[in-house]
Design a protein around this ligand. Structure first.
Ligand SMILES: Cc1cc2nc3c(=O)[nH]c(=O)nc-3n(C[C@H](O)[C@H](O)[C@H](O)COP(=O)(O)OP(=O)(O)OC[C@H]3O[C@@H](n4cnc5c(N)ncnc54)[C@H](O)[C@@H]3O)c2cc1C
Length: 389
């Protein structure tokens, strides 16, 4: 019995609804977009229309206020049915920063419109070309000028900006040497890109190995109203960190979905493909890697559910969320490699979708946090080993 089979009727119904929606977006749909590196607008609209992207918004703001368990089921099902939630997953966790740290006015202004699908909050600008993973060294500045902040600098890998109305932006408001603590002096803003484009905000798409709608973003004296500062000035790094557990758990769930898709495809093919007068899956050399990938996925799935349970209970889940992301990304990548191998030459053919999903799932070894950084978190914060950076 898989972890999914222990779930409530409510979650089973959500899975069924997501599956039904995904059936309308088969492999041909994704292949055509992949060739053009085009955004899956119809798919995202369908998810929005069904209310899935408002799953974590509380009911008082017009969302469905679902549990983390329900939300991981949504993300997993999207991937397990051959679709790609990366086109819109950020909305699920980015708005958590607004929800936890935004003022009542900000929440009332933005959350109901996001829940209704009128406003898209899909973009998250943290990474910069020079600082990379070393977020505290980022160089984009926001300087107060009366009732505005003036933003200058550059972000990279800011995904979905062209398909979002709002961006959550992390920028330095106090020079590093003047900040009271190492982790202070950064602030979070909600940038309304409908107003900002052409007035100090320039977006340049980056073509990547998979279809991801990612970009470089340049800020040149962009004026952001001071009322769009989230929480207290200088505390932004803490706010961003507090949203990361949800991000890790949701992406881990997507990886579990990917792994299930690869394992399903490989098992089906190994049963049907006959070579030397018998199904290739009759050879243990073919069936063992599939069985191993399955065991690896199931182990990772347990950690995803553990992390989601702790998150839901409001308990500290930093270690579990990070381990869930690490184990699930490893499981999906191992399953992807196994699936190509099981298909032999056909694993490379576009029409099988395997090479596309293979490229897509590779990302999660690097983003939103790379494997090394998770290992270093565990080493330092869980195992008490000396700090390495
Ligand atoms: C397609 C895509 C979409 C993305 N979307 C977004 C987005 O929407 N918003 C956003 O803000 N960011 C986004 N990112 C950025 C992503 O989070 C970063 O690429 C990732 O965190 C790694 O940072 P980096 O690329 O700067 O690598 P670097 O920090 O330059 O690191 C390079 C390599 O060195 C390793 N490394 C670095 N320091 C250490 C160390 N101390 N110990 C051990 N190993 C180390 C890393 O693990 C990595 O493998 C996206 C990236 C990609 C590729």
């Amino acid at each position: 019995m898989s972890a999914a089979q222990h779930e409530s009727d409510e979650i089973a119904a959500i899975r069924q609804a997501v599956r039904a929606l995904c059936e309308k977006f088969p492999g041909e749909y994704w292949r055509a977009l992949d060739r053009e590196r085009a955004y899956p607008t119809e798919f995202v609209e369908a998810l929005t229309g069904a209310g899935f992207l408002a799953a974590l918004i509380p009911e008082q703001y017009g969302g469905s206020g679902l549990s983390m368990g329900a939300v991981i089921a949504i993300m997993e099902e999207i991937q397990a049915n051959g679709c790609n939630g990366a086109a819109c997953h950020a909305q699920m966790y980015v708005m958590g920063t607004l929800l936890r740290h935004g003022s009542p006015e900000q929440k009332q202004k933005f959350l109901p419109s996001i829940a209704r699908g009128e406003l898209r909050l899909q973009a998250f600008g943290v990474t910069e070309p020079t600082s990379g993973t070393d977020t505290l060294n980022l160089r984009t500045t926001a300087v107060r000028d009366n009732d505005h902040y003036v933003v200058n600098g550059q972000k990279i890998w800011t995904s979905r900006v062209e398909h979002s109305d709002l961006m959550l932006l992390l920028a330095r408001t106090t020079p590093r040497e003047q900040a009271q603590k190492r982790t202070e002096g950064l602030s979070v803003f909600l940038v309304d890109m409908r107003e900002a484009r052409g007035k100090g905000l320039t977006i340049r798409p980056i073509r990547t190995m998979m279809n991801h709608a990612t970009t470089e973003v340049f800020f040149d004296d962009l004026r952001v109203p001071a009322e769009n500062l989230i929480g207290r000035e200088g505390q932004g790094f803490r706010y961003i960190l507090s949203g990361m557990n949800a991000e890790r758990i949701l992406i881990a769930a997507e990886c579990i979905g990917d792994a299930k898709w690869f394992i399903g495809r490989a098992s089906g093919y190994a049963r049907e493909r006959n070579v030397f007068g018998r199904p290739i899956g009759q050879n243990q050399g073919v069936q063992f890697p599939i069985a191993r990938a399955y065991a690896q996925m199931r182990g990772a799935e347990l950690m995803v559910h553990e992390a989601a349970g702790l998150y839901e209970a409001g308990r500290d889940c930093g270690a579990e969320a990070n381990m869930a992301k690490l184990l699930a990304a490893d499981a999906s990548w191992a399953a992807a490699d196994m699936c190509v191998q099981t298909h032999g030459g056909f694993g490379f053919a576009e029409e099988f979708d395997i090479e596309r999903k293979f490229r897509e799932t590779r990302l999660y070894q690097v983003a939103p946090i790379s494997t090394n950084l998770i290992l270093s978190y565990l080493a330092e914060h869980v195992l008490g080993l000396p700090r390495s950076y």
